[in-house]
Design a protein around this ligand. Structure first.
Ligand SMILES: Nc1ncnc2c1ncn2[C@@H]1O[C@H](COP(=O)(O)OP(=O)(O)OP(=O)(O)O)[C@@H](O)[C@H]1O
Length: 574
């Protein structure tokens, strides 16, 4: 937590101001009972109305000052806490944006969302209270103790007895509550995960009639969180009655012994009234401190979770001398590349080597799970190779600046992703300064013109969140258009034509020929018709290259390719 709080340094001035205000607030709070006792002992006892009025005005003045500084301190502490939360959220977001897919896998999307929202809110809340109470509570406890001793040292022995009882009870309650609060965060994570899966998979859940099963799963996660939250809060609510009991018994003792001392003439009535107020102040200060101690461990659990993200070793970080320039354009080379998703786990790709030059199309075909998508993901460096090298323009992608590398690539993922916003905005993702003409041209090449023109607002039509208001094939064509508009040196189509009908697939490939003639095209496909014209076809089987060549060559040399082809084409077509 302390490590995170270092980020507060930019608010140093405001924090000093808050502490100064809180200092004045505590002085005014401790001073008020003293004035009260003066009114009774000097004003009421001597029937001195002037003294009562003057001191009364003084009390009003001190109260007004106290009120103003309290409100101002609250205002500034909220400002600092919210600003700090905003900075931290941005920092976490920036870090996550640069995560490799492996790091996403490691923490999980649901947990990343909880950490960026709920966990940071915990820290914000505790910070706001800390800024106000960290100084105020000890100041009031010490100030009120000194004043109480000054009023009557012997009666202060009651405080000496009550305080340890209170402190031990608080400590016992916290010992039980803190682990419960820590586990609450884990349960929030779990609830988010289940909710997210349910929202994304709602159609599948309905069609498989699993609504009830999923409701139960959600209920389970929800009840778990509820149980822990109830237990934690039940434990904490014990604090209040317990403290009130100790405070009230102490007040009773003070009134009892104070009464005896007044009768003896060793104490004045006003002092007794002030003493009771000081006692209450001390006890409430302790209560505030204990509340802070409840919140700090919960926030520190959140801080640990946030630090986990901030400290994460970014495996795909750019080297300091990463290149931002190359002599060649659009060359892709795999040199004995092997890859496994996790250390020591089975290889998903083994010993892959090939070269693809501008003007050439390299198609990758193979059964499901044979490693096709994994292979193309190594080119924009979503992952690093386990063995061997991936070279772009003759340079190992590890030595290239990531932005520079990705600027060269137009990547169309297997699962088309569109963002909420207009079609125009979505396509401009490929090129910031794209004109409407650029967009229209890209739409035409991607065979999307037909359906875009039929939409009421054409390119200005709004795509809803997750692209749910366009069909799978339309989404694919728009994401192809987004890559085309970029005019990249390297096109990567990861099974990007799978949702298109044969006719559109054919027309799209035809129109792409012209557009991509100076670029390198790497194309993953399941359909033979999509790969027959490729310069070279790589046949993958369980991560290994079992054939490489043109359609004709492979028909003669590669049995697996022959099998794939014969399952899709008639003898005449072959
Ligand atoms: N993020 C990941 N973490 C761990 N393993 C993965 C991950 N992604 C894929 N794999 C595994 O890697 C292997 C190859 O997957 P890949 O997606 O590259 O296959 P593919 O040939 O593209 O399949 P498909 O044609 O079905 O899309 C599979 O066995 C898969 O289980």
């Amino acid at each position: 937590m302390l490590k995170l709080l270092k980020g507060l340094s930019r608010y140093k001035g405001t924090i000093i101001l808050i502490f100064a205000l809180v200092f004045i607030q505590s002085l005014s709070d401790v001073y008020l009972p003293n004035l009260m006792s003066d009114i009774v002992d000097k004003g009421v006892v001597n029937s001195d109305t002037n003294y009562i009025i003057n001191t009364g005005f003084k009390m009003i003045l001190v109260t007004i000052i106290g009120g103003i500084v309290t409100v101002t301190a609250s205002y500034f502490s909220s400002k600092v806490a919210m600003g700090f939360g905003r900075d931290l959220r941005n920092k976490v977001f920036e870090k996550v944006e640069n995560f490799s897919l492996a790091e996403f896998n490691q923490i999980g999307t649901a947990s990343l969302i909880t950490r960026t929202t709920n966990d940071i809110t915990q820290i914000q809340q505790v910070l706001m209270i800390m800024l106000r109470m960290m100084l105020y509570a000890p100041m009031v406890a010490i100030g009120a103790s000194i004043m109480a001793i000054k009023k009557d040292a012997k009666l202060s022995l009651i405080i000496l007895v009550a305080m340890p009882i209170l402190i031990v009870s608080i400590a016992l309650i916290l010992k039980r509550a803190v682990p419960l609060f820590k586990s609450m965060q884990k349960n929030v994570d779990n609830l988010n995960r289940v909710l997210r899966e349910n929202l994304i998979g709602v159609r599948v859940i309905r069609v498989f009639n699993k609504v009830e099963v999923e409701s139960k799963r959600f209920e389970g996660a929800s009840f778990n969180l509820c149980d822990v939250a109830i237990k934690a809060n039940q434990t904490i609510t014990l604090l209040m009655p317990l403290m009130m009991l100790v405070i009230n018994i102490s007040i009773l003792a003070v009134v009892w012994f104070g009464g005896v001392r007044i009768e003896n003439g060793s104490m004045q009535v006003g002092d007794l009234i002030a003493f009771i107020q000081y006692l209450a102040q001390i006890m409430f200060a302790l209560m505030m401190l204990s509340m802070m101690f409840v919140m700090i461990p919960r926030a520190s659990a959140s801080a640990t979770r946030i630090n986990e993200i901030l400290d994460m070793n970014q495996t795909l970080k750019d080297k300091e001398d990463a290149l931002k320039e190359t002599n060649m354009k659009g060359y892709v080379e795999f040199k004995n590349v092997s890859f496994s998703y996790e250390k020591d786990s089975e290889k998903v790709l083994s010993d892959i080597s090939f070269i693809s030059k501008p003007g050439e199309t390299t198609a990758i075909i193979g059964g499901t799970g044979s490693g096709k998508s994994t292979l193309v993901k190594l080119i924009p460096r979503f992952f690093d190779t386990t063995e061997g090298e991936v070279l772009v323009d003759g340079v190992n992608v590890k030595d290239l600046n990531a932005n520079y590398l990705r600027e060269k690539i137009g990547y169309v993922p297997q699962k088309a992703i569109l963002f909420s916003g207009s079609i125009f905005e979505n396509l401009k993702y490929g090129k910031d300064d794209a004109s409407i003409e650029d967009v229209e041209k890209a739409i035409e090449i991607a065979q999307a013109k037909g359906f875009v023109d039929n939409m009421e607002n054409k390119e200005e039509t709004i795509i809803s969140q997750g692209g749910t208001n366009v069909s799978g094939g339309q989404k694919q064509r728009l994401s192809i258009a987004r890559a085309i508009i970029k005019k990249p040196e390297i096109y990567i189509f990861d099974d990007s034509f799978s949702a298109l009908d044969f006719k559109t697939d054919k027309e799209l490939r035809k129109s792409l020929v012209d557009e991509t003639k100076e670029a390198t095209v790497i194309l993953v496909a399941q359909r033979v018709s999509s790969v027959v014209d490729a310069t070279r076809i790589i046949v993958l089987d369980e991560g290994r290259v079992v054939g490489i060549g043109t359609h004709k060559e492979l028909l003669d040399t590669c049995d697996i390719y022959k099998e794939i082809v014969s399952s899709q084409l008639s003898k005449e077509e072959m």
